[in-house]
Ligand binder design. Structure first.
Ligand SMILES: C[S@@+](CC[C@H](N)C(=O)[O-])C[C@H]1O[C@@H](n2cnc3c(N)ncnc32)[C@H](O)[C@@H]1O
Length: 245
């Protein structure tokens, strides 16, 4: 199966591919000190929704990087329809290869991805692009409670790959960053995100039963749904952490 196929279909109806409502996204943007002069770098931008919103609401300009061709195509379409295409440069490629201007950005964001390995490495790398006095916005998973061993086995993860909410913020502190804001996704936000994900895939499978990948995708989405309901919903949280460099 094409590496992007499952995620492209499952995120087919999301604009922001993170469990964050429009209202919460607005709250987060409000604390970033954005203005028309701000330069923003969004790493693993998905469909570019956050940077597009920043450009619409605050007039910022910036650069967005993602390796998904389908997500970037949607991002370009949205930016053009919403009149901000001239303010955003879209870079299709692996964020690991991205050579941005060192200390060139007022805001550096990365929501829902760890393109540089562990969370700490992601923060460290983001910090190279942020200006001193600029901010970094990172969206990360955290444990709401210690994970069940069966959930870890399902995810193929180790408990120490995530921390709790306070511990996730503390990683920024340990890197010399100043935390200025944090928030977590509510159950409603997470249910909405997961529900959109499940619904988009189940609809696709109903309409495309002859897709050669239908069986594999069906098994994957239903396994994910079961694990989410059984363990994930009460175990895995999503936090957004804002640090000043
Ligand atoms: C859960 S989505 C979040 C997208 C976006 N930040 C948002 O909140 O809407 C994760 C994104 O990370 C991208 N991604 C993951 N690893 C990457 C890498 N090494 N280089 C570029 N993009 C990456 C995926 O293509 C996907 O668009």
């Amino acid at each position: 199966m094409d590496r992007f196929k499952f995620t492209t279909i499952a995120h087919g109806t999301h604009r922001l591919c993170s469990p964050i409502s429009d209202g919460k996204l607005r709250d987060i943007m409000d604390v970033l000190g954005l203005s028309a002069d701000s330069r923003v770098l969004d790493i693993a931008c998905g469909k570019g929704e956050m940077l597009i919103r920043m450009a619409e609401l605050y007039g910022v300009s910036g650069v967005a990087v993602d390796f998904s061709p389908a997500f970037l195509e949607e991002a370009r379409k949205q930016a053009s329809t919403r009149g901000v295409a001239d303010r955003i440069e879209w870079i299709e490629g692996d964020a690991k290869e991205f050579e941005g201007q060192v200390e060139g950005f007022d805001v550096v964001s990365c929501l829902g991805a760890r393109p540089f390995g562990a969370y700490r490495d992601t923060l460290t790398r983001m910090g190279t692009w942020a200006k001193t006095g600029g901010v970094m916005v990172v969206g990360e998973g955290y444990w709401q409670k210690p994970p069940d061993a069966r959930y870890l086995e399902f995810l193929g993860a180790k408990a120490e790959e995530y921390s709790d909410h306070a511990g996730t913020e503390a990683v920024g502190l340990s890197l010399g960053l100043t935390p200025i804001y944090s928030t977590t996704s509510s159950q409603d936000e997470f249910d909405h995100y997961e529900g959109m994900y499940l619904a988009a895939m189940e609809r696709y499978l109903r309409v495309n039963p002859d897709d050669p990948d239908a069986r594999a995708m069906g098994e994957r989405i239903r396994g994910w749904r079961d694990a989410w309901l059984r363990w994930g919903r009460e175990t895995l949280g999503f936090g957004v952490y804002v640090f000043m460099k």
